[in-house]
Structure formats: C-alpha cells, structure tokens
Design a protein around this ligand. Structure first.
Ligand SMILES: Cc1cc2nc3c(=O)[nH]c(=O)nc-3n(C[C@H](O)[C@H](O)[C@H](O)COP(=O)(O)O)c2cc1C
Length: 174
C-alpha cells in the first residue's frame, strides 16, 4: 500500500475479531509512532501497551466512548512526558503526530485501530492516571484499541476546495 492510499483508506475501526495482535506487530506500530516529527525533536512521548484482558475490560468504565476496548487484542496508551519537553506545550502536537503514525501503521499491517481521546478532559485523565499508576509528569493523551478489523468502512470523500485559501484569506484557491 503506498502512503497516499494508506492515508486515504484509513478509517476508525471499532469492531474487532478475536484474532490476537502479535508482539512483533505491536513493535512495528510503536516504531512508526516514534518516527513522528516533534518540536525540537524532543520526542516527548511514552507508550503503555495494555494486553491484560481485565484492564482492557475496565476501559469502558473510565472512558465513555471506548467500549470497543473490550474486543481489542491490545490497547496502546499514548502519553506526553513533560520531563522531556523542549518547548512547553508542544507535546500535544508531537504526541498527536505519533498517534497518527501509529494508526496508519496499523492500517498498513491490515489491523484496525481507533483514536479515543483523553487529554484535555480532566476527568478522563484522572481516571487513566489512577488505573495505570501514571506519575504526575506523564499526561495520557489518547488510548488506541487495536485488533484485527471486523468492519471495513468505506472511504469518504473529504477533500473540500472551499477550505483552501490562496495567498490571502478572501481569495479562493481554485
Ligand atoms: C482527538 C480525537 C479524539 C477521538 N476520540 C474518539 C473516541 O473517544 N471514541 C471514538 O470512537 N472515536 C474517537 N475518535 C475518532 C473519530 O470519531 C474519527 O476519527 C472520525 O469520526 C473520523 O472517522 P475516521 O477516523 O474513520 O476517518 C477521535 C478522534 C480524534 C482525532
């Protein structure tokens, strides 16, 4: 799959088969995540791999929109590490880029995944912090349930030229 096809056909997958995701596949996802760009190349991220079924089944009780975690083979908690920041505040963008790389890598491997947001919802942050014993310098940004897809959503068309401006705001691009 070339990079443009991967970007175009990636979709959020919320239904999974029971087939396991292998440790080698998880490693590839994390290699992709850690290749993301980051401000000052600070790489201010940490990843917590969750494959304990009891923990995966607890996730829906601490995140209202992560019920698919119950079916996922593995979940990856993507966190910002404030102790590694070079330019304060940019960790969110850096870690978001890592999440997108991870989602695209999952799609490239034929796996399915979905970004479930945590930060900046303070209650969700607190609940993830408690369940996973996160230190105070670590901020949970997103939880990514991953598995073999049991659904194949179609590719929507999202390209919208009216959102593109040319040289100055009031001039359309085409
Ligand atoms: C910051 C962020 C938070 C999201 N949180 C959730 C979530 O909590 N639960 C969920 O099912 N999907 C979540 N999504 C996925 C979006 O719903 C999804 O990306 C959007 O509907 C577009 O669909 P697509 O990913 O298939 O292109 C989140 C996406 C982003 C970027």
């Amino acid at each position: 799959m070339n990079v443009f096809d991967a970007i175009r056909t990636r979709r959020s997958i919320r239904k999974f088969t029971p087939e396991p995701v292998s440790p080698d596949q998880v490693r590839i996802l994390l290699q992709a995540a850690m290749m993301a760009p980051s401000a000052g190349n600070a790489q201010p991220w940490q990843f917590l791999v969750v494959d304990d079924r009891r923990l995966l089944e607890r996730i829906p009780s601490i995140h209202p929109y992560a019920a698919m975690s119950r079916e996922a083979s593995v979940g990856i908690l993507v966190c910002g590490d404030l102790s590694r920041e070079k330019y304060p505040g940019f960790w969110v963008q850096d870690c978001a880029a890592a999440v997108q790389n991870l989602l695209l890598a999952a799609h490239g491997l034929g796996l399915g995944a979905v970004w479930t947001g945590i930060y900046p919802d303070r209650d969700r942050e607190a609940r993830f912090r408690e369940l996973f014993h996160l230190p105070t310098s670590i901020i949970p940004l997103a939880f990514i349930p991953v598995g073999h897809p049991a659904q194949h959503p179609p590719t929507p068309e999202r390209f919208d030229p009216s959102r593109i401006h040319h040289n100055t705001w009031n001039s359309p691009w085409s």
